[in-house]
Design a protein around this ligand. Sequence first.
Ligand code: AHG
Ligand code: MN
Ligand code: MN
Length: 343
Amino acid sequence: MTSPINDLKNLPTVDGKFITIERFLLDTQPQYARGDLTAILYDMALAGKIISSQTRRAGLLDVLGLAGKINVQGESQQKLDLIADDIIVRLMDHTGRLAAMVTEERKEFVRIPEKYRKGSYILVYDPLDGSSNIDTNVSIGTIFGIYRVLDDDTPGILEDCLQPGRSLVAAGYILYGTSTILVYSAGQGVHSFTLEPSLGEFLLSQENMRFSDEPDFYSFNHAAGKTWDKGMRQYAKWLRDEHDPRLSYRYIGSMVADFHRNLTHGGVFCYPGSPEKPNGKIRLLYEAAPLAFLAEHAGGYGSNGEKNLLEIVPSDIHQRTPVFIGNRYLVEKAEEFLAKYKE
Ligand code: AHG
Ligand code: MN
Ligand code: MN
């Protein structure tokens, strides 16, 4: 029979210690940030738990649906983007910590209702990234970034939402995979927490994540190869045929999951532009910039193929950008190829 002590061995620990996300945030955030920012991060962890339980339930309902007992397949899954979006807004809009939010699912930025106090932070997020993977039970995630307002006297205006990634004070993601994990950085290292489902707690599982010096993977949608320009085609060829023969290919189609795998094992994720769609598909504000911030704090680099993604000032909240992100030298190699074949 398994003793309770043996069961404890299954819990994530760091140096043999159990550290909850709450404890970690309280202990590691600098004094000045131990208020609203810490609370927003903690609220995002809570959002992650709720979204995790909803996405896992959708999978269960899907199985029951296939058994003919209940058929919510399709419709409920489509709605998960909106459910996740709604969960975050309802958790965040009344706390007095935010001045505005930007989400993939709403055309305009979200204003804090008049009846609530406005705070000093802006939350940008993609409630479910990779949602086309939901119906096949493949990993999806939530990506988020947190900015400070530009002016405390007039907070919550569009300009507050159009800040470059360089101004992020924190960013992270929650990945709903074989386990649910939360990865974040507030500028001092990148840390990951694993949700222990029976406790409902995120426990620290890795402190100070860094891209491996010996990357294992490259990731992009090869089928889009026919639309690429010469620089990208040559770069893909270099990765496949000419660079390290150890380098293997993986593409999930959920950028957050592809990013996480590459962060864990080293690698590069690309979603390039093409002559028809020069800005590609990925959104700058709530997909590319938060991941570029995390990449930089883990020793990596995010680029639009020409320059650092963190330097781009958005002119539209839903602006798209080409993305090359991962180990610095692999991303810089992409920039080199693109520059070389640029007309
Ligand atoms: P979202 O589900 O938030 O719309 O984002 C999906 C994005 C990204 O996660 C992924 O890398 C990319 O779409 C996949 O696109 P392709 O199917 O064109 O490869
Ligand atoms: Mn997305
Ligand atoms: Mn999405």
